[in-house]
Design a protein around this ligand. Structure first.
Ligand code: SF4
Length: 744
């Protein structure tokens, strides 16, 4: 590992300055380097750390608003026990000791009566919290780690698909694996970057920062952007492909059609390192640009132009967002896009799509403690054997879990641990069923920063979590393990808040002391990062550490367990024709399938609900359902917004700023109309994750969670054949204005 000696704390202008790394809470995927300024024990301000390679001093508004989060009057400050009916909003303050004792007693009672699998453990997308939440589940004896996203449609399908196709996972190369970044002599600027279903400047997804793209543009990269919305990054693109939501696989297959038929692929790479090219060649003949233009609503010429531009630019890379996972048959979409960078020889080359080195094994961390589960307990995992794809992240499928909560079959679910997750508010499809199912449980614990609709509706015990300046921790960048560094405590927590890690360690000691042997969290962190050869304190004192990166690892025997050249797949090659998918009973080649409901697959539904609804794009001020109570961030986006093309709005008598109903076959909600020519007249986009902390908390209001939740429009079912994917991005809806909506 390469590392750099840096001071981690010093005095300046009468203030203590602490170098740290931003992690949850408040929530974020990334881990940007920050300088935290403290005066008289109070957090004064946060700045970006200019010496931290990943963000080089940049911070987005969410981090800059940190003082507002930490000192917000609504922060949870003490452990609470429910004192009235569930959802009534009556709480009594208890001590940590009482809280731990109650939780341990209730969970152990469920364990004795029904088995440890009857408690499910859920965490939000908060990256370092996941590690400890997983360990709590496994060491309690439960194989049931639960995510609230239908079809686990975020990041997990990508990892599983790439693992099947080439045995590892790859990311767009923006020099992020080098501490010296853009100056590193081994790196090359991508000549072309495809941004697919993503606005990285706002979202900074999975440890991939939007400003990296801007740095590449400055150095000469040209962009192709695939997005139904004209995002900021789309306005910088040479080609903006305004796609119909849910048709990404068709576009990728058509680009492959052009690249293969015009012999623009990398013959040498294809010949030596891929399996099944001829079968792929045959399959893509089904997707000529003229046909796919009708499917995707992208002009034929633009599909051809984009394919040629990508294939003839060397090197070229693809940065994809969560949108490509949020279709029903998302594995096929991911397969098609992966084939693009494989057949063009952009696999693991400087400026291409590079394979992350495995030294710091993220998979191991996400399943830390899984070895403590007995074989018998592993077999009790909900949904085991239901879907064919190999499990990667250890997250149980949502639909059978909800059904099991409601029916008690094949065994009852009685308890839940919900840590940093606003479960039915965020991106939970058919949320009222989720709400109903969770309310049936006999004992629920929620750990969070604020009283959320989830905590209000479900919790028997609420535990107040610390924000990142109030705690120590280990940060492993984003979802791709770019670096490892320490989160350094700068201030004492407000009230009696404790870090998630401390909470889990203390509770873990009560539930299974042998599995939590560490005397304190720093000792636990040192155990966690033992593969680096450093303790927590040594890592903190040395600064961040990077895995060394080598390109073309497949030539050097660096990807396979047996150290032979090639990829860790059954054929030793990148499997364009996937033997893994075939063995799972799935189509071994990529394909396109219409969304279950769309203007094409269900024209009868389209008569009544003529618009394609897409949802979930990120905003500057919010991270999913977080930050709605933070004044400076809420001012940026005071109301939930639905984007509509002005022509569509005019036909419907809708003005900019009107409250409108968005309605599907399954439900409706209310948002404000935002007119923009940046969206296709046949598509609307609605924001997700809305609730109103200023509205009454107790049931039935739950902070107004049912008023503007776009999840209410999403149907049950429809997970892909692989077990992954759900059409979050492509539903059918109608929108309308009523007088009642203006005042309600
Ligand atoms: S992406 Fe933004 S919110 Fe996340 S850590 Fe970086 S600056 Fe903070």
């Amino acid at each position: 590992m390469s590392e750099k000696k840096r001071e981690w704390t010093w005095e300046a202008d009468g203030m203590k300055v602490v170098r740290s790394i931003a992690r949850s809470g408040p929530g974020c995927h990334q881990g940007c380097g920050v300088l935290v300024y403290v005066k008289n024990g109070k957090l004064v301000k946060v700045e970006g750390d200019p010496e931290f390679p990943s963000n080089q001093g940049r911070l987005c508004p969410r981090c800059l608003a940190l003082t507002e989060v930490v000192y917000h009057p609504d922060r949870l400050k003490y452990p609470l026990r429910r004192a009235g009916e569930r959802g009534e909003g009556k709480w009594e303050r208890i001590t940590w000791e009482e809280a731990y004792e109650t939780i341990a007693n209730r969970f152990n009672k469920i364990k004795t009566e029904y088995g440890p699998e009857s408690v499910i453990f859920s965490n939000g997308t908060a990256r370092d919290v996941i590690i400890y939440s997983a360990r709590l589940a496994y060491t309690f004896g439960s194989p049931n780690r639960f995510g609230f996203l239908q079809g686990n449609a975020c990041f997990i399908p990508k990892i599983a698909t790439m693992a099947a196709l080439f045995g590892d996972f790859a990311v767009a190369d923006c020099a992020q694996f080098f501490p010296s970044r853009y100056e590193d002599p081994n790196w090359r600027v991508p000549s072309c970057i495809i941004i697919w279903g993503n606005e990285p400047t706002i979202a900074s997804p999975d440890g991939f920062m939007g400003h990296w793209i801007i740095e590449c543009i400055r150095r000469g990269s040209e962009l192709i952007v695939v997005d139904p919305r004209r995002t900021w990054i789309a306005t910088r693109a040479k080609e903006w492909l305004q796609i119909r939501p849910g048709t990404d696989a068709a576009l990728a297959l058509s680009m492959l059609n052009v690249i293969i038929n015009e012999n623009l692929y990398d013959e040498a790479f294809v010949e030596k390192w891929t399996h099944g090219f001829d079968e792929l060649r045959q399959r893509v003949q089904e997707y000529p640009p003229e046909k796919v233009a009708k499917i995707t609503w992208i002009p034929r010429e633009q599909i051809i132009e984009a394919a040629r531009m990508y294939a003839t630019s060397k090197p070229a890379t693809i940065q994809w967002g969560v949108a490509v996972e949020q279709s029903k048959e998302c594995v096929a979409t991911l397969h098609a896009i992966t084939a693009l960078w494989s057949v063009t020889g952009n696999m693991d080359v400087p400026g291409g799509n590079i394979i992350k080195s495995r030294l710091f094994d993220l998979g191991r961390l996400n399943r830390w403690g899984v070895e403590t589960l007995t074989e018998e307990q592993k077999k009790k995992r909900i949904g085991l054997g239901l879907y064919p794809f190999p499990d990667w992240a250890g997250i149980i499928p949502r639909k059978p879990t909800i059904e099991q909560m409601l029916t008690g079959s094949p065994y009852p679910i009685r308890g839940a641990w919900i840590q940093g997750s606003n479960s039915f508010t965020c991106a939970a499809a058919f949320p009222k069923t989720v709400h109903e199912a969770l309310r049936k449980l006999e004992f629920v614990v929620v750990v969070d920063l604020f009283m959320t609709p989830t905590a209000m509706a479900l919790a028997d015990i609420v535990l107040p979590a610390a924000t990142y300046p109030e705690r120590d921790g280990i940060a492993i960048a984003g979802g791709i393990g770019t670096y490892v560094g320490t989160i350094n405590k700068a201030i004492e927590p407000v009230g009696e808040c404790k870090s998630d890690m401390e909470i889990n360690l203390e509770l873990g000691k009560r539930l299974n002391p042998k599995a939590w042997p560490w005397k304190d969290i720093r000792e636990m962190f040192s155990a966690l990062i033992e593969t680096t050869g450093m303790t927590f304190e040594e890592l903190r004192d040395k600064g961040y550490a990077y895995d060394p990166l080598e390109y073309k690892k497949y030539e050097k025997g660096l990807l396979r367990q047996d150290r032979k050249p090639g990829f860790e797949t059954p054929t030793g090659k990148v499997e364009l024709y996937s033997t893994v998918l075939e063995n799972c009973g799935l189509d071994p080649l990529p394909y396109f399938e219409e969304p279950p409901e769309s203007p094409i697959s269900t024209p009868e539904i389209a008569k009544e609900y003529p618009l394609v609804l897409t949802t979930g794009a990120r905003t500057w001020g919010f991270f999913h359902s977080e930050h709605r109570q933070i004044p400076s961030l809420r001012r940026m986006n005071p109301d939930p917004l639905t984007e509509i093309h002005p022509e569509t709005a005019e036909k419907l008598g809708i003005n900019d700023g009107d409250w409108i109903y968005i309605e599907s076959k399954y439900g409706r909600c209310k948002q404000k109309a935002k007119l923009t020519k940046g969206i296709n007249p046949g598509v609307v986009h609605s924001q997700h994750g809305w609730w109103f902390p200023e509205k009454p908390g107790p049931e039935p209001s739950l902070f107004g969670v049912w008023e503007s939740s776009i999840n209410l429009l999403l149907p049950p079912g429809w997970t892909g054949r692989s077990g992954f994917g759900y059409p979050y991005k492509s539903q059918m809806c109608r929108v309308y204005r009523t007088e009642e909506a203006q005042n309600a």
